[in-house]
Design a protein around this ligand. Structure first.
Ligand code: F6P
Length: 488
């Protein structure tokens, strides 16, 4: 079906990033896959349909890529070609768009991260950042999509991604009128009341922008319900909850959930690569008998500190495990231009250090924290864990839960937050926890470490089957199917 159309993927990040040469480490310049779940999921769609990808140039490295062509034909190390058109806002506009509005404001609202008694403080600076940063960058992106759509010989199919670009569907619709637009929100959609943290002008503009699309995609059924309620309560729109439709300016906007997933075969092939096997050999040289793993960006929503506190409780209750277990936190630095994120990484490191001081003895260190971003090392960890801790406060989906169990070779147990999007699919086969309850999480970690082999095997097998049955191809085909129904 896509063959008749020109797909245009629109996202803040490009599908690949330039890693400059490093004279100290003696490594050459590399074009590597961009970070994060969104890029992983959309890359398959973009490369298999020769979609055009419109992205925002985030830094000097992206600007260097943008200088290679317009759109730039970029080929990754594994030979995949992407066509990327960059928009290039000024660094000031980008900073207001990304570091003031998208993260933290929207990200914090959508993951319920604000301590509302103290934060956020909304003032004219917020409105300025919205106007001069967020709306301005969204308009640049929309203008670029419109230009590409008008230049294309085939009718465009526009796939806009995530919370950085909420105004784009409305802007593209205003310019092109009859065009098919889908917007997918990768992160949770909170309740209508929580949105009222934002000034009315901003929260209404977000809904008006999104409703420019024909189909709105979310991760879970809960997100869909919350979105429909938000349209009804905050904007007074007519909503059909059974048909999951919002009636807006004479159009019916479909609201659907499409749980995002992974490329199972591609990931398994990568997990068997020489690089990963070499990382695994390194891991085997230090791993204790029992290994608890977490792999996360250093994001406040990931709940890394409570994960350590839960582990501390477990070590308090189960002295027999001392010396035999280690908690490896493999953490990717994230959004370090934002104060809250820097402070959070500081708390993560200091809590881990305190727990290590409390329990370390005879060469045993209970927690190993590594702040780095080497995919092969994460994959080696996936192969080797006994327990994988995924305990976010709230999370759109959390692909670590899916990737980890699919790659694991020890029938490791998944300890999963009931507030992760992946809970809707995997909750029955994981040990599920309330992410705020560190005693319950401690108990789940212990149960996971001591579970008998047949039960572990049965649970891991069910998770692998579930992920295989609903992999990334299904995520894409469900969306394409809905677009087809819409067009026909
Ligand atoms: O789902 C949210 C998301 O866009 C993910 O793709 C990714 O994990 C993360 O946010 C990336 O954030 P950033 O681009 O700010 O590093």
């Amino acid at each position: 079906m896509l063959g008749r159309y020109q797909p245009i993927v629109v996202a803040n990040r490009a599908p690949l990033a330039l890693e400059p040469a490093d004279v100290y480490r003696n490594t050459p310049e590399r074009l590597v896959k961009g970070a994060g779940g969104l890029v992983t999921a959309l890359s398959s769609l973009a490369s298999s349909t020769s979609a055009l990808w419109v992205a925002v140039a985030r830094d000097e490295a992206d600007r260097a890529l943008a200088a290679r062509g317009d759109p730039a034909e970029l080929v990754t190390e594994d030979g995949t070609t992407y066509r990327v058109a960059f928009v290039e806002p000024t660094p000031e506009a980008y900073d207001l768009y990304y570091n003031t509005v998208s993260n933290p404001l929207l990200w914090f609202i959508q993951h319920y991260l604000w301590d509302l008694a103290r934060e956020p403080i909304v003032d004219t600076a917020t409105l300025y950042a919205w106007r001069e940063g967020y709306v301005r960058v969204n308009q640049m992106v929309a203008d670029r999509v419109v230009a590409e759509a008008l230049a294309s010989a085939k009718p465009p199919l526009v796939f806009v991604q995530d919370y950085q670009l909420y105004c784009v569907p409305g802007m593209v619709r205003a310019a092109l009128g009859d065009v098919r637009i889908q917007h997918f929100v990768h992160i949770p959609w909170p309740t209508p009341q929580y949105w009222t943290i934002l000034p009315k002008s901003i929260r209404d503009a977000i809904l008006h922008g999104l409703l420019g699309a024909d189909v709105l995609g979310f991760q879970t059924r809960r997100d869909v319900r919350n979105f429909l309620l938000t349209c009804e309560e905050n904007l007074g729109l007519a909503v059909d909850f059974r048909e999951r439709t919002v009636f807006y300016e004479g159009r019916a906007v479909w609201v659907r959930n499409y749980p995002i997933s992974i490329d199972v075969d591609g990931l398994l092939a990568q997990a068997d690569s020489e690089e990963v096997i070499a990382e695994q050999a390194r891991l085997l040289s230090w791993r204790p008998e029992k290994l608890i793993l977490r792999v996360d960006r250093t994001d406040l929503s990931k709940n890394i500190v409570r994960g350590f506190l839960a582990y501390e409780r477990m070590l308090d209750y189960h002295q027999e495990l001392h010396g035999d277990v280690q908690f490896w936190a493999y953490l990717q630095p994230s959004r370090q231009d934002i104060d809250d994120y820097r402070a959070y990484l500081g708390s993560v490191l200091s809590v881990a250090a305190r727990i290590n001081r409390k329990f370390s003895r005879g060469g045993w260190t209970p927690i190993r924290v590594e702040v780095d971003d080497v995919m092969a090392r994460a994959l080696a960890g996936y192969r080797q864990f006994d327990v994988l801790l995924v305990n976010p406060i709230y999370d759109g989906m959390n692909l670590v839960a899916k990737e980890g169990v699919v790659c694991n070779r020890r029938d490791g147990v998944l300890v999963l937050s009931e507030n992760a999007g992946s809970y809707e699919e995997l909750g029955d086969f994981a040990l599920t926890v309330n992410p705020f309850d560190i005693d319950e999480t401690a108990e789940a970690l212990y149960l996971g470490l001591t579970m008998d082999a047949p039960q572990k095997q049965a649970r891991a097998e069910r998770i692998r089957e579930t992920v295989r049955a609903a992999d990334i191809n299904r995520w894409i085909s469900l969306q394409v199917q809905d677009l087809r129904d819409l067009i026909d």
